[in-house]
Write a protein that binds this ligand. Structure first.
Ligand code: DX5
Ligand code: ZN
Length: 219
């Protein structure tokens, strides 16, 4: 499983999304945070904005749905060609059906867990998904501190996947920076969302390359 750096534009200039994406050519994908002011106490953008943005970038799109009506909206993002669609397990009424639907539409299916949600009840679902997103902050806002309390869950998820013979990606999201990325990688994460660490820098692409170099095995 390869390393991927997927910057979040939540803390970028939202009035110039196309311009901001042009500043991260080395990214493996762009992470788009969709919030509905119900699942989380914040609201961002939705399908029409993502659809427009597709015309302005070659970067694969990694959708993170922080919305209560995940089952209703997630497939539409796969239908417009987003490469990966993440729904929260706390929001989905039928996660197996939804994951299968996303895969059948050609997207990678991904399931997210909030910091206080355990992986164990969902262990048998790992074969249904391509990626699991482990939140390392309470979802809703960028710029929060990385929660080390989530590291054991990353480790246990990697062990569960290994035991099942599955090569699923483990994505971490929240507070990922040059200070925290190594311990997330050591715990078993291979896909890293970084928002403020990338877009608050003068040279966002240099940060993307630096973060990747920090977690790329040298042998
Ligand atoms: C938070 C979002 C994150 C956020 C990360 O709910 O899911 O993707 O943008 O931002 P940082 O890297 O600043 O924590
Ligand atoms: Zn996110």
């Amino acid at each position: 499983m390869g390393i991927a750096i997927t910057p979040s534009i939540l803390n970028a200039d939202l009035a110039d999304l196309a311009g901001e994406l042009a500043r991260i050519p080395s990214a493996d994908a762009v992470h788009l945070d969709i919030m509905d002011n119900h699942f989380v106490p914040n609201m961002t953008f939705g399908l029409p904005v993502v659809e427009s943005l597709r015309q302005h970038t070659e970067l694969p799109m990694d959708i993170h749905l922080m919305i209560t009506e995940a089952d209703r909206w997630a497939p539409a993002y796969a239908e417009i060609g987003c490469e990966s669609v993440t729904f929260h397990v706390e929001a989905s009424q039928a996660p197996i059906r939804l994951a299968r639907e996303l895969r059948s539409l050609g997207a990678k299916a991904s399931m997210a867990l909030k910091p206080a949600t355990s992986i164990e009840p969902y262990a048998d679902l790992l074969s249904e998904i391509d990626m699991i997103l482990i939140m390392t902050v309470e979802p809703g806002f960028g710029g929060q501190r990385f929660l080390d309390v989530c590291l054991p869950k990353i480790r246990r998820t990697r062990e569960l996947a290994k035991a099942a013979g599955l090569e699923i990606a483990i994505q971490v999201d929240g507070g990922v920076s040059a200070e925290t990325i190594e311990r997330a990688a050591l715990a078993g994460a291979d896909t890293f969302v970084a928002g403020s660490a990338v877009f608050r820098a003068d040279d966002p692409d240099a940060v993307v390359r630096k973060l990747r170099a920090m977690v790329t095995p040298t042998i």
